[in-house]
Design a protein. Structure first.
Length: 350
């Protein structure tokens, strides 16, 4: 606790020490997502600590850490951002749905099977997300980048999604957990960093995360079956700036940051997602070439058409109507007119 408080006070002092100026001599305190995962290592850290400062000719400098390095939970990131504890923060949108249930509509499981479909879904949701973050978190959305598709890691044999019934399964977000419960599994809330230990001790039988994230975090060391149906969606990571900080910047600086983020962070992250699942499955199973290192030897479980049909029926008949009750008709109507039209799904209004 003392370490966490010290980290927060340090970053708070960092942010408080900066006076808004024109495009020159702007220093930003930035909190990235999980420090151990590829999105941070390959894109977030490089963009904020190297690309943006270099392209501004040194006019913008960045002090960067991550929420796990600070010792704060993912669900606290945007709350602290709203209070101005730091200037910019990024984490999985699903971590914030306790404060904003309407945000669950950003990452609906099973409706996007490719990176192109996921990007179209996110783009359709972007105006909603902009409004949610301004209202709920006093912040300006700068980017929404993907993790790889959220798939299922199991310790023990599974042959279809029906085999998840009765098992203790860690979901990657609230809607995924609701889906698992509707399927007959026991949805368990376990922090990402605690999953390997929970799998090893039998606290959980299976867990949902991105294939690449699971590979990087060593989940293959404590699980042996991989089911690639995207039960957890794509876990989009939202990057946002405290709105007071954003409004203190000149119009020129705002445009510069917006353009840089879109072209040199967001676009490359989405481009890499196109082949992510194929590469990540190769790394986890040994079926193909692993570009990230030595491959594991997990058993790949083929997803049948019957599995997909059953999953989508649960989604449309149970999971989405339950979300509609949490989010409210106004938000659901907006979702139907934007994301719903893009993915071909309509949620009944209450």
């Amino acid at each position: 606790m003392k370490k966490m408080v010290s980290s927060l006070l340090a970053v708070s002092a960092l942010g408080a020490g900066f006076v808004a100026t024109p495009a020159v001599a702007e220093e930003l305190s930035v909190v990235g997502s999980w420090s151990s995962l590829p999105l941070y290592k390959q894109y977030e850290n490089t963009f904020w600590t190297e690309t943006l400062p270099a392209d501004s000719n040194g006019d913008i400098t960045v002090q960067m850490t991550t929420h796990d390095q600070m010792g704060i939970g993912g669900g606290d990131v945007f709350r602290l951002l709203s209070d101005g504890v730091f200037d910019v923060a990024m984490t999985v949108g699903d971590y914030a749905v306790g404060d904003a249930p309407e945000l669950e509509g950003l990452d609906v499981p099973l409706v996007a099977n490719t990176a192109a479909e996921a990007k179209a879904m996110v783009e359709a949701a972007r105006p909603m997300v902009d409004d949610i973050f301004e209202t709920r978190f006093n912040s300006k959305v700068l980017a929404i980048a993907p993790y790889p598709p959220q798939v299922v890691f199991c310790a023990g044999e599974v042959t279809s999604i029906t085999d998840l019934k009765g098992k203790k399964v860690r979901g990657s977000g609230r809607m995924t957990t609701k889906f698992l419960e509707a399927l007959g599994a026991n949805g368990v809330n376990v922090a990402f960093s605690e999953v390997p230990g929970a799998l090893e001790r039998g606290v959980i039988d299976c867990a949902v995360t991105g294939a690449g994230s699971g590979y990087s975090a060593g989940w293959w060391e404590v699980s042996d079956h991989l089911m690639t149906i995207p039960l957890g969606g794509w876990d989009p990571v939202v990057t946002a700036m405290n709105l007071d900080k954003w409004n203190s910047l000149s119009a020129e600086t705002q445009k510069f940051i917006t353009d840089e983020v879109a072209t040199k962070f967001e676009a490359p992250a989405w481009a890499s997602a196109a082949d992510a699942l194929k590469n990540d499955v190769a790394c986890l199973t040994g079926n193909g070439t692993c570009p990230a290192g030595d491959p594991a030897n997990m058993t790949l479980v083929d997803v049948s058409d019957a599995d997909v049909a059953q999953a989508k029926a649960i989604l449309t008949e149970t999971v989405l109507p339950e979300w509609a009750e949490r989010a409210g008709d106004d938000w659901v109507a907006r979702w139907n007119d934007s994301v719903g039209k893009t993915v071909g799904v309509t949620v009944p209004l209450n």
